[in-house]
Design a protein around this ligand. Structure first.
Ligand SMILES: *[C@@H]1O[C@H](CO)[C@@H](O)[C@H](O)[C@H]1NC(C)=O
Ligand SMILES: *[C@@H]1O[C@H](CO)[C@@H](O)[C@H](O)[C@H]1NC(C)=O
Ligand SMILES: *[C@@H]1O[C@H](CO)[C@@H](O)[C@H](O)[C@H]1NC(C)=O
Ligand SMILES: *[C@@H]1O[C@H](CO)[C@@H](O)[C@H](O)[C@H]1NC(C)=O
Ligand SMILES: *[C@@H]1O[C@H](CO)[C@@H](O)[C@H](O)[C@H]1NC(C)=O
Ligand SMILES: *[C@@H]1O[C@H](CO)[C@@H](O)[C@H](O)[C@H]1NC(C)=O
Ligand SMILES: *[C@@H]1O[C@H](CO)[C@@H](O)[C@H](O)[C@H]1NC(C)=O
Ligand SMILES: *[C@@H]1O[C@H](CO)[C@@H](O)[C@H](O)[C@H]1NC(C)=O
Ligand SMILES: [Ca+2]
Ligand SMILES: [Ca+2]
Length: 567
């Protein structure tokens, strides 16, 4: 055989090997997930608010940067009392974002590009403008018990009617709202415009499943469940809603913190619902074929609770409970913190379920470029993609957008506005986000320098590092994470974090990331000579340069590198 034929055979064998090695990894197990905040991603019609057609026009960008699935924050028809988390029609698109036809076009384009689309599912309450609520107010057949209705208490002395309990809502003010028409109180954990569902009602549960089916039929690939509902049936068996006690924390009787939340917080979570939904999703796949319809669950809960989200021994639920362990890391972060947070997840979730995911930022928290400090923005990108499992990136973080200090009074804006400013595409008007005269939130004035266009193709730019990492994540060494010895991670020193990924002695990658402002060096890390393949701007090295790790490797302050060795 000639050398060329041998070469071709070798390549073929390698391909076959990597196919068989990766076929046991489902798409959600090693995805690069991207969260789109629809208001802020791309405006197609100049009204200053992002929309579905805008997203569709930018899907190729997601492909370019190696995203495999995009998740959209709520786009449902809503009076927007709580930024779309108050849904008026669960099977329609809010006109602000477009129409169902626009949505179909978005899905079609995404699938053409082999991108998956994940929808936010907001099951804990509806808007009071939802048809279901209006029917419930009228006690219409089947809808009577959709929400939590109670008579309340009548004061025996004054004859005055009072709510069933003294509970205050998360947004302050009573958790019970009187409805004149029905002559009963309804429960609202958040705003009075957000009546809570009665999840013990089988008809309501059926309705929510119909909602899921509606979107699956339109091609949605997965759902992200907004905080698994905490409130099941809060009524005690004997029909009472016990008052909570005064906390002493504030004298404002309307304040959420006025009472201790012994009955209204951290109630056992409604995992049962997850199991029910999973059963439906699996059944849907059996009937319709195609890839796994996954369920991603948001909850800021301890790993022991999240573990039951996946399964409790007899029932299976969400495939991907989100891992927020990196969210509290701030500019005091050390490699030891990162190790602690990563181990906290891996020791339970990996050990039991072989499941990991790494959320770097989201719409409710300070952006990593601000939270961790500008010098470390690329380090977290590297780590989140180098650890086994799925990475979760919030729009704009791939170019290192920082929080913007908006001029804010509690009445005119949300405390989370700084992390929701328009996506910075280029240096043109409104950062290329909108052709309109104004945008719903101001564009960060730093957009002239900090934007996608400016970073595209620039070696060591935040975007370029992001793209390199997502590309690496698709290689055999990074996909072989379920195999014995396929990876290891840990702090080498207080400030230096290391991740090793290997592919059956064929190839090895080694990440070294220095979180600190000091030089660091290590002797004899391994007997291999490795090549620098990805570098942050703090690195004095060149791509392709080699380093003998049996000797000494030096790391500059904030330097992070990816090294490669191949047999
Ligand atoms: C909700 O949206 C659907 C479109 O999917 C529409 O057919 C239905 O009438 C809407 N319901 C209400 C109450 O507006
Ligand atoms: C919830 O619905 C069920 C009927 O499906 C009903 O028995 C129960 O009383 C309702 N709960 C509340 C708090 O209204
Ligand atoms: C319910 O909805 C609100 C937004 O309106 C959200 O912040 C919250 O996390 C959701 N989940 C629960 C369990 O209430
Ligand atoms: C109702 O049940 C709760 C919990 O078991 C108990 O604490 C409470 O005293 C009971 N109330 C009445 C009026 O029986
Ligand atoms: C509440 O009011 C009391 C009496 O006026 C005062 O002593 C206490 O400091 C106040 N507590 C808070 C948290 O403001
Ligand atoms: C798992 O949860 C389901 C639904 O809540 C329950 O019926 C089942 O008994 C639980 N299994 C175990 C082993 O706890
Ligand atoms: C922008 O402002 C100009 C001048 O006031 C106006 O003619 C134009 O219609 C506005 N464009 C949009 C999209 O509102
Ligand atoms: C490197 O170390 C491994 C394991 O200790 C050993 O099997 C291998 O022969 C060594 N390679 C070299 C080049 O020294
Ligand atoms: Ca628009
Ligand atoms: Ca009732």
């Amino acid at each position: 055989m000639s050398a060329t034929v041998l070469q071709i055979l070798k390549v073929l064998l390698l391909c076959l090997w990597s196919v068989s090695a990766t076929s046991d990894v489902d798409w959600w197990e090693s995805a690069t997930l991207y969260q789109i905040y629809p208001r802020s991603f791309m405006d197609s019609n100049g009204d200053g608010v992002g929309d579905l057609n805008g997203i569709t026009s930018r899907l190729e960008f997601l492909k370019e940067i190696g995203i495999t699935a995009a998740w959209l924050s709520p786009i449902y028809k809503s009076p927007m009392a709580d930024m779309g988390y108050d849904v008026a029609n669960f099977t329609d698109i809010d006109p602000l974002f477009g129409t169902l036809k626009d949505f179909d076009a978005l899905i079609a384009k995404a699938h053409e590009l082999d991108l998956k689309i994940i929808l936010d599912f907001v099951p804990n309450h509806s808007s009071d403008e939802c048809e279901w609520f209006q029917k419930s107010v009228l006690r219409e057949d089947g809808y009577d018990d959709f929400y939590i209705w109670e008579d309340g208490k009548v004061d025996p002395v004054t004859g005055e009617r009072k709510p069933p309990s003294n509970w205050n809502s998360v947004f302050n003010g009573p958790m019970w709202t009187w409805n004149e028409q029905r002559q009963q109180y309804y429960l609202n954990q958040f705003l009075p415009k957000q009546p809570d569902f009665n999840f013990t009602n089988p008809q309501l549960r059926k309705k929510l499943i119909e909602v899921m089916r509606f979107w699956l039929d339109r091609g949605v690939d997965a759902f992200r469940i907004d905080a698994v509902p905490h409130f099941r049936e809060m009524r005690f068996e004997n029909g009472t809603y016990p008052d909570e006690f005064v906390s002493g924390f504030t004298n404002d009787t309307n304040h959420y913190q006025y009472y201790t939340h012994i009955y209204t917080k951290d109630q056992p979570e409604n995992v049962e619902l997850l199991y029910e939904w999973r059963e439906f999703l699996d059944e849907y796949q059996r009937l319709h074929g195609g890839e796994t319809r996954a369920m991603i669950a948001e909850a800021y809960s301890p790993v022991e609770v999240l573990s039951t989200y996946i399964n409790n021994g007899t029932h299976v639920g969400s495939q991907v409970p989100m891992n927020f362990n990196f969210i509290p890391l701030n500019n005091q972060v050390t490699a030891e913190h990162v190790e602690y947070m990563a181990k906290n997840w891996m020791d339970v979730m990996w050990t039991r379920h072989k499941m990991a995911n790494w959320v770097v930022g989201n719409h409710d928290n300070s952006r990593p470029a601000t939270r961790l400090g500008w010098q470390r923005r690329d380090i977290m990108t590297i780590i989140a993609h180098a650890l086994p499992g799925t990475s979760v990136t919030y729009y704009g973080d791939e170019i290192g957008m920082p929080d913007m200090n908006t001029e804010c009074t509690p009445s005119n804006c949300d405390f989370r506005d700084p992390v929701r400013t328009p996506m910075q595409w280029d240096a043109s008007k409104n950062a290329g986000f909108s052709a309109g005269n104004s945008t719903w939130l101001p564009v960060n004035p730093n957009y002239k320098q900090l934007n996608v266009q400016a970073q595209r193709g620039i070696a060591r730019s935040t975007l370029q590092i992001f793209k390199s990492m997502t590309a690496l994540k698709k290689t055999a060494a990074f996909k072989a994470f379920k195999k014995e010895g396929g990876f290891s991670f840990g702090a080498l020193s207080k400030q230096v974090f290391q991740i090793v990924r290997t592919d059956a002695k064929r190839e090895e990658y080694r990440v070294l990331a220095n979180f600190g402002s000091q030089f660091e060096y290590f002797d004899g890390l391994t007997n291999k000579t490795m090549e620098y393949v990805i570098l942050t701007s703090y690195s004095p090295h060149r791509i392709g340069e080699r380093v003998d790790l049996s000797k000494r490797i030096l790391l500059m302050p904030y330097e992070a590198v990816v090294l490669r060795w191949a047999a």
